[in-house]
Write a new protein. Structure first.
Length: 149
């Protein structure tokens, strides 16, 4: 029996979308404005300082445009299963023996099991990594008489 060993282990800091960046910058400017307007008051307190600090933080976060933490992605395929996990999420396991039909979609697969269909998104994989996974899956399907579209 042929083995289908394939593994991906990567850490990425994704970029924020343009709308998130604009929202963070505008929120930061608004909080800075409100915080600075309250400085001359006799009631300036820790709340005013927190508004100013959070405004600066939000503005810098919007200008940099990257997520704060790296996301750790793991994918492993062998002759019996595909297992993938994203940071702080539960691992997803696909048993290859229970698959009856596979349809390829642009960023993943729509897999039919005995009585239900589930869509798996692999958009976090690089293009060459996704192509390698797809070729291994096609090879497995051709050897086990599973229809792949």
């Amino acid at each position: 029996m042929e083995t289908f060993n394939y593994a991906v282990d990567s850490k990425k800091r994704n970029s924020l979308s343009l709308s998130s960046r604009i929202h963070n910058c505008l929120t930061g400017l608004l909080l800075l404005y409100v915080g600075i307007r309250h400085i001359p008051d006799r009631q300036s307190s820790i709340f005013t300082l927190l508004l100013i600090l959070y405004g600066i933080y939000s503005l810098i976060y919007g200008l940099i445009g990257k997520e704060l933490l790296r996301i750790h992605y793991k994918l492993k395929m062998d002759s019996g299963l595909i297992k993938f996990k994203r940071s702080f999420e539960k691992a997803v396991t696909i048993k290859l023996i229970s698959i009856t039909y596979i349809k390829q979609i642009p960023s993943g697969f729509e897999i039919t099991f005995g009585d239900y269909v589930k869509t798996y998104d692999f958009s976090w994989l690089a293009t060459d990594e996704f192509e390698m996974l797809k070729s291994n899956l096609q090879r497995y399907c051709s050897l086990n008489n599973i229809v792949i579209e």
